[in-house]
Design a protein around this ligand. Structure first.
Ligand code: NAD
Length: 254
């Protein structure tokens, strides 16, 4: 399979400068993708897009949207479809974590985690898939977490772990419906990565302690995860679907 030379990857939650999404956008730009960043922080999304264009000489756009809100998602994707080459790739990264212990959990906070992490992936995927189905070509990657498998254990607790486990079922079931349209749907489940999502709790001391349990002897980087996502979005990955990839330096067996 070959991809059109001009093609866009949409990344939600890719505005944060130290985030996995931003690193993934850089990686995809280096591979010739045009980039569309959708983030609740519109200014940061536009700045990130401008920085990527300046560094890589490719087309990039930043759009403000709350992925948990259908109208907001529809408006953002319509804007991208009007301005950019056809959307071939989607990476659902927008997410929040929560360190709240279960007995202190509230309905509001629980619903917010699910609204962003899970409903957001549903809404953006559904909106982007309309064009992918029409063109009979697409790659979707959503971000689960090792928390789904191990039940947290780092920063996140029950709500986050449950929402990230939901991403795995979402991915498998959606892949079933989309195979006939030449669209692959996969998930990646990273171990702890030092980004802003952990509220600055991943100190060097903490990282060293964690590294003792990780087979590769270190905490993962944003670039480690970006490389995996970029492969799953590539033309070469057309026979991989309904899969969830561990990327955690071996932490899943330790
Ligand atoms: P991050 O906080 O740097 O990035 C999250 C991004 O999502 C931010 O840019 C934020 O503005 C955006 N966002 C938040 N709410 C939004 C909303 N309602 N609508 C649109 N955008 C919204 O964190 P990160 O670590 O880069 O996280 C990226 C993804 O990776 C998340 O889904 C996270 O759960 C997942 N993940 C992270 C780790 C880790 O250790 N950092 C591990 C496993 C999975």
């Amino acid at each position: 399979i070959t991809f059109p030379t001009d093609r866009t990857a949409v990344l939600t939650g890719a505005a944060s400068e130290r985030g996995i999404g931003r690193a993934t956008a850089d990686k995809l730009a280096s591979l010739g993708w045009s980039i569309a960043i959708v983030d609740i922080d519109g200014d940061a999304a536009r700045e990130a897009a401008a920085a990527i264009t300046a560094a890589r000489g490719i087309r990039a756009i930043g759009v403000a949207a709350d992925v948990s809100d259908k109208d907001s998602v529809n408006a953002a994707i319509s804007k991208i479809e009007a301005a950019m080459p056809p959307i071939v790739g989607l990476v659902n990264l927008a997410g929040i974590s929560s360190p709240t212990e279960f007995m202190n959990e509230t309905v509001e906070a629980w619903d917010r985690v699910f609204a962003i992490n899970m409903r957001g992936s549903f809404l953006v995927s559904q909106r982007v898939l309309a064009g992918m189905i029409e063109r009979q070509l697409g790659r979707i990657v959503s971000i689960s977490s090792i928390s789904a498998q191990r039940g947290g254990g780092t920063y996140s607790k029950v709500a986050y772990s449950a929402s990230k486990a939901a991403i795995i079922g979402f991915t498998r079931a959606l892949a079933r419906e989309m195979g006939q349209h030449n669209i692959t749907v996969n998930a990646v489940a990273p171990g702890p990565i030092d980004t802003d999502i952990m509220g600055g709790t991943l100190s060097d001391e903490r990282k060293n302690a964690m590294s003792a349990d990780i087979l590769m002897g270190r905490v993962g980087t944003r670039d480690d995860v970006a490389a995996l996502i970029a492969f799953l979005l590539s033309a070469d990955a057309g026979y991989i679907t309904a899969a969830t990839y561990d990327i955690n330096g071996g932490l899943q067996v330790s």
